[in-house]
Ligand binder design. Structure first.
Ligand SMILES: [Zn+2]
Length: 68
């Protein structure tokens, strides 16, 4: 994903992925946190194509590995 400096400065910034994921979990729309190559912090995007699923969504979809 191409991140411009303008987008970086306009976007909300999170210090940690956990902080960003906390917002994603509460959001009504689908968001993905991503590591910004410019500020090295986390932003959110609604563009999910090619983005990996956050851990809590993977766990929600996949059964636990030790399920019978
Ligand atoms: Zn940034």
């Amino acid at each position: 994903m191409k991140t411009t400096l303008g987008i970086c400065q306009r976007k909300k910034r999170f210090e940690t992925e956990e902080e960003a994921l906390a917002v994603v979990a509460r959001a009504e729309v689908t968001l993905r946190p991503y590591r910004c190559p410019l500020c090295r912090r986390w932003h959110l995007t609604s563009r999910t194509k090619g983005m990996r699923l956050p851990r809590f969504e993977r766990e929600r979809r996949a059964p636990p590995p030790d399920a019978p």
